[in-house]
Ligand binder design. Sequence first.
Ligand SMILES: [Zn+2]
Length: 306
Amino acid sequence: MPRPADRLRRFVASALVLVPSISLVTERVAHAYCQTTLCEGGASGVRCVPATSEDCGVALTFRQGCLGYSLHNQASARVSYAEIEAAMRDAFDAWISADCGGGAAPGVRADDLGAVSCGAREYNLDAGNANIVLFHEDAWPYEGAGNTLALTTVTYGLDDGAIYDADLEINATVDLTVGSDPVAFDLASIVTHEAGHMLGLAHTPEVDATMTVQYFPGDTKLRTLHPDDEAALCASYPPRDVSTCDPTPRRGLATVCDPPPIVDDSGCGCRTALGTTSGPSAPLSLLAVGLAVASRRWARARQARP
Ligand SMILES: [Zn+2]
């Protein structure tokens, strides 16, 4: 009989995609956040406020309210280690500073556990782990290379939806920029959005929220949380004392890849020994549709650029 810890699945959070024009109009709603959830059969789904017909399951969260993340020590030619270190700190600071009502802070914290030499997403069943932030420097290894800015992969337990691992991969083949002069593809906006995924949040139809699926080149507004983002985080992590919780990743911090991941034909870095799903799933199928639409729009925008 497998140990409870062996019953897990990996979910690839929908990527942040580029939208080069404001031609996409999304109906505005007053409150429209969504959490990523564990649904029947172990599949990932969403639960939103207001509710939708798609809602199912329980929210994926770090059950103790502690996330310890690590940065790949190679950083990128475009973004230095110090720059991604500061960007991630600011990103998580934005989230943990959310107002849950009356000034109460959410019951979650994020700790920078320093550099790791492992530059691949993975989850180790029988060894330590790291919630890694890494760049892809030469090529984006997944679908949507022309319009995908980043991808967060969350591994969660099938029994209760506890997040075991969350890895963030950033596409450094695009014109990432740090700071505000100039701004092309704003690193701070990208990692603030992805930090929301690492904490278990899903995309929202609220176009002004950090967790919107759309990113407009030159935009910096995703750096700052929208009230819907705050409501989402507070729903996942109600206020409580997390000052003494342990941010160490599951089974201890691993600073090296152990063993190296096996990349299969689908482009998924899932290690076959994990028993994780790498084939099409409902969330991944929906993601592919969204990428295709945005990709065509992005292709036009690139041609129009000087
Ligand atoms: Zn996203």
